[in-house]
Design a protein around this ligand. Structure first.
Ligand SMILES: Cc1cc2nc3c(=O)[nH]c(=O)nc-3n(C[C@H](O)[C@H](O)[C@H](O)COP(=O)(O)OP(=O)(O)OC[C@H]3O[C@@H](n4cnc5c(N)ncnc54)[C@H](O)[C@@H]3O)c2cc1C
Ligand SMILES: *[C@@H]1O[C@H](CO)[C@@H](O)[C@H](O)[C@H]1NC(C)=O
Ligand SMILES: *[C@@H]1O[C@H](CO)[C@@H](O)[C@H](O)[C@H]1NC(C)=O
Ligand SMILES: *[C@@H]1O[C@H](CO)[C@@H](O)[C@H](O)[C@H]1NC(C)=O
Ligand SMILES: *[C@@H]1O[C@H](CO)[C@@H](O)[C@H](O)[C@H]1NC(C)=O
Length: 550
């Protein structure tokens, strides 16, 4: 009796469930495959983790649809009516009334200071991303960027700082500021620039922008149109993809510890009619000690887990992955980004009544640069690269900050109390010093929360992507020393096939396939990149069994 090819998908995140959905819906009528999805965690979704905080729907992981024009995630969300909800959710519409920019020491910054630096930064990023020609527009600072003749292989971080220097060269005649205490114009401009850099760190997950490859940045694509969040939660898209699968296909709590495969065809066997049912080449070891045999395995685990699993003394793959693969894995970047949710208490206690008129503004935060003697001693180091603190929707008492790099990792180790104290100290450090500058104090400090009464936060929730062994970080980026080609390499199936001749000789082709956000050359780091990669690998198998369009 001929057995059906067995496909095991490792990981029930966006990539794995998209692949499962495609394989199942394309072949369920002719019952072609045996399909299993093994997931190490106790839930589906992976880096999509819709949750709840203070009664509001929030996202611990993936948050935005990055451009609705042509996004498959948007299309699904719209089709399943996940974009409509009567419950409050993390829609971030508080930004529609201009965020306030506040600087350490207690200064609300005028748009006339902030806007030119924001424009400079955005233009520089547009150049880095290939959306704007370096010499376009009449901006002298941007023209300055072209004068070094191509940017070689440098980092986005170096490029940005060059742009800032060129800007300063082009406006030496700007007047010194007054009314901002110890802040000079140059210091303030640098600190505003750094605030934007910190936002960019969370967008890319590169803890240090000097490690973010400049050349590759322009290959990354976003969809056009608005960026929105999903009212019913990102998880609704995942649940929709999983809903077609019969019960039992997804196996939760099944952490894969080892994958044995057969890199070479030792004894090619001619099989006239396709499938050889006698042996399945891949052996998958699960943490409970059980073993699963498969013809094909689609690996969707994160780049961070792959980095850890292919390191020197860790053998997730047996035999180890070939060096072209492990080198790409080690060169590519994979960073930590975390979200912190806080409940603000307008009147210092936990019972936020409906008659509370106080509203926490969307804050953009400007800190003194590293090593500055003007730094406020009580602000903890792990808060100092946080670019914003904003309500999750207009008038919400739930606030959100994003963290990247070592600050994000530190956040994971802190107790709730340490976080509450650290954030309170920070916000207090943004309030005016007791004596001067009263007229410049941020408005929100003048109301109920002013004059000695500390700004109070009462509850916290944070993500922990860096220390969770199933993720070991948040998303990938192209690090200096790597390139877009490494992302393509990530996607190559094993055993590697060189030519058609060799192809015929391979006894068991397509044993290990790779999907996941880190395998997509232009949409890496996103949910739709993961989606596309899952489709790609499902189609690779469908094509292999010549059932495209069944
Ligand atoms: C804080 C944060 C914010 C983000 N914001 C956005 C955003 O706004 N927009 C956007 O598009 N993207 C965002 N992303 C990125 C997006 O979430 C990911 O790119 C995408 O979800 C990755 O999907 P995946 O299927 O490739 O991987 P994953 O979701 O990681 O799926 C892999 C699965 O494999 C499982 N697994 C791991 N190891 C094993 C093992 N040994 N055995 C069995 N199972 C295992 C994991 O538990 C996981 O479920 C964000 C991510 C984070 C962390
Ligand atoms: C936010 O809510 C207030 C009233 O609560 C309203 O006046 C304001 O227009 C709202 N802003 C936005 C952007 O919806
Ligand atoms: C801020 O800008 C306003 C006008 O836009 C101006 O009147 C005010 O003096 C400025 N304040 C500072 C401190 O520059
Ligand atoms: C990167 O830049 C350095 C210094 O400019 C140069 O020596 C090196 O050859 C460059 N490498 C590549 C791959 O372009
Ligand atoms: C997912 O969300 C839950 C809260 O709903 C939280 O306990 C868990 O730690 C989150 N996972 C990660 C990796 O942040």
């Amino acid at each position: 009796m001929a057995r059906k090819p067995r496909i095991v998908i490792i990981g029930a995140g966006m990539a794995g469930l998209t692949a499962a959905n495609k394989l199942y819906t394309s072949t369920s009528s002719n019952d072609l495959f045996e399909l299993v999805v093994v997931e190490g965690g106790d839930r589906i979704g992976g880096r999509i983790n819709t949750s709840e905080f203070c009664g509001d729907r929030i996202e611990m992981g993936a948050t935005w649809i990055h451009g609705i024009g042509g996004s498959p995630v948007h299309q699904i969300a719209r089709e399943i009516h996940a974009l409509e909800s009567d419950q409050p959710w993390e829609c971030m519409d508080g930004f529609s009334d201009e965020p306030k920019t506040v600087a350490e020491g207690g200064f609300e910054l005028n748009a006339s200071i902030v806007d030119p630096i924001s424009t400079l930064f955005n233009n520089l990023m547009d150049i880095a991303q290939g959306k704007l020609a370096p010499n376009s527009g009449g901006d002298a600072a941007l023209k300055g960027c072209t004068s070094n003749g191509g940017f070689g292989n440098q980092s986005v971080g170096a490029f940005l700082r060059q742009g800032l220097d060129a800007y300063w060269d082009s406006c030496k005649d700007h007047e010194e500021l007054s009314g901002y205490g110890e802040w000079s114009r140059k210091l303030l401009e640098e600190a505003i620039f750094a605030m934007h850099e910190n936002t960019q760190r969370t967008y890319t997950s590169a803890g240090d922008l000097f490690n973010l490859d400049f050349e590759a940045e322009r290959e990354h694509r976003m969809f056009p149109g608005e960026e929105i969040t999903i009212s019913k939660g990102y998880l609704s898209v995942i649940e929709h993809l999983a809903s077609v699968l019969p019960p039992g296909v997804i196996q939760l709590g099944c952490k894969v510890t080892r994958i044995e495969w057969q890199p070479e065809s030792k004894k090619p066997v001619e099989i006239p009619n396709g499938y050889d049912s006698s042996s399945r080449p891949v052996k998958i070891h699960i943490c409970d000690g059980s073993v699963m045999l498969a013809d094909h395995v689609i690996v969707t685990i994160s780049l961070g887990v792959l980095k850890a699993g292919t390191g020197q003394d860790s053998g997730m793959f047996n035999p180890p992955l070939p060096s072209f693969k492990t080198e790409a894995i080690s060169r590519l970047g994979y960073g930590v980004v975390n979200k912190l949710f806080l409940q603000w208490s307008p009147n210092g206690n936990q019972t936020a009544g409906a008659n509370d008129k106080a509203k926490f503004p969307s804050l953009q935060i400007v800190f003194h640069p590293p090593k500055s003697e003007l730094r406020h001693g009580k602000i903890p180091w792990w808060m100092r690269r946080t670019a914003s603190l904003s309500p999750i929707y207009n008038n919400s008492n739930v606030l959100l900050s994003w963290f990247a790099g070592k600050e994000a990792l530190e956040l994971e180790t802190l107790s709730d109390e340490e976080i509450l104290n650290g954030v309170s100290a920070t916000v207090s450090g943004l309030l005016p010093a007791p004596k001067p500058h009263k007229e410049n104090s941020p408005e929100f400090c003048k109301g109920s929360a002013s004059e000695g009464s500390e700004v109070r936060f009462v509850k916290v929730l944070k993500s922990k992507w860096g220390s969770d062994p199933l993720f070991l970080g948040s998303y990938s980026y192209v690090a200096v020393g790597s390139s877009g080609a490494d992302l393509d390499t990530m996607a190559e199936p094993l055993p590697k096939i060189g030519s058609i001749e060799l192809d015929r000789g391979v006894h068991h082709p397509l044993q290990i396939l790779f999907a996941g956000e880190a395998t997509h050359r232009t949409h890496y780091s996103t949910t739709h990149g993961a989606y596309f990669s899952g489709l790609r690998e499902a189609n690779r198998l469908l094509q292999h069994y010549r059932c495209v369009g069944v």
